[in-house]
Design a protein around this ligand. Structure first.
Ligand code: MN
Ligand code: MN
Length: 329
């Protein structure tokens, strides 16, 4: 590999394959061509697939999401010109593979996801999870809160995912954030839901997340205040808390992200999405996920491509902090 001036040989191992030496269409498809190693030693972040759609309520097939994101992520290049950082010069990571799931049995799946994350979180490695439907975020938050205590949440979604139950069942992709509050996994006062829109079950529906303590910002409000004010709002809400970012791809307009389970028209563009994420670069992130990519409805792979780019921004903002610290020294 090139760039041998950076770090020890060990550190050199945990960066993407150089696509100027080995063509990016070749090889086994890991995220961004990172090495597939199930280790937590010597790394800052781990990409982890969660191939579960046991919680989906409309279309299913999100179990294929992580594989689709990995495949198209081979296109990503190692320098982020907007943030001015080459992430892999500052942070090391692996593609950890997929966590085990039990198809059709959501509570068993939740247990496996939670326990599968313990070694990563205990080692102080930042997990970046690729879903899966949004139900998987509940066991992720259980694993994170076990180490850190209740944490702040930034939740991008066109839905609040705070209903009490569907069909009498407490665990699915419509309930995770209500359960997370009930289980004391979140600092509600420092948590925010962004991009809510679309038809809802009743006039009171948007009051549910508010009653649970979340701040919500609807897409219509964002249209009024603009992206810059939105970023300010989020930063004021989170303050210095440890924060988990959960990104439901359906917050993006289906024109840009058609491959998803419960699409809602009138959402963010790809460009707005990237700008908002970059605007959060100073926050104290301890974990990320990106959920609800559904490849069967994504024939041109644009949803997976956007998802891969959003994950690239997550890696970039983790590295941005280290980069800024080293530059100031
Ligand atoms: Mn969701
Ligand atoms: Mn949603």
């Amino acid at each position: 590999m090139r760039n041998s001036e950076y770090g020890s040989e060990k550190e050199e191992k945990y960066r993407p394959v150089d696509s100027l030496i080995s063509p990016r269409f070749s090889g086994i498809k890991t995220f961004m061509r990172l090495p597939h190693v199930k280790t937590v030693e010597g790394i800052d972040f781990a990409i982890v697939g969660v191939p579960s759609d046991a919680g989906a309520s409309f279309r299913t097939g999100q179990r294929e999401g992580a594989a689709a994101i990995r495949k198209v992520s081979a296109l990503l290049r190692p320098h982020n010109p907007v943030l001015g950082v080459s992430p892999f010069d500052y942070v090391k990571g692996v593609d950890y593979g997929d966590l085990p799931v039990v198809p059709g049995y959501i509570e068993d799946t939740y247990k496996k996801i939670e326990e599968g994350l313990y070694p990563i979180i205990d080692a102080g490695v930042i997990p970046i999870l690729l879903g899966g439907d949004h139900g998987i975020t509940l066991p992720e938050l259980r694993a994170v809160a076990r180490k850190h205590g209740p944490i702040a949440l930034i939740h991008f979604d066109s839905h609040s995912d705070t209903v009490d139950q569907y069909f009498g069942q407490p665990y699915n992709h419509g309930t995770p954030f209500r359960r997370a509050i009930e289980e004391n996994l979140l600092l509600a006062d420092n948590s925010i839901q962004i991009g809510l829109r679309g038809s809802i079950y009743s006039a009171d529906h948007l009051n549910i997340p508010k009653r649970l303590g979340f701040e919500i910002v609807t897409l219509e409000e964002i249209q009024e205040i603009g992206v810059r004010k939105l970023i300010e709002k989020v930063r004021n809400r989170i303050e210095n808390s440890k924060v988990f970012l959960t990104f439901d791809i359906d917050v993006v307009d289906p024109a840009y992200a058609p491959g998803t389970g419960t699409p809602e028209v009138g959402g963010f563009t790809s460009r707005e999405t990237l700008n908002i994420i970059r605007g959060l670069k100073d926050l104290n992130f301890i974990g990320f996920d990106l959920v609800e990519v559904l490849p069967a409805y994504d024939p041109s792979e644009i949803t997976a491509l956007l998802a891969a780019n959003i994950v690239y921004e997550f890696i970039s903002i983790i590295s941005y902090k280290k980069h800024t610290r080293e530059t100031l020294q």
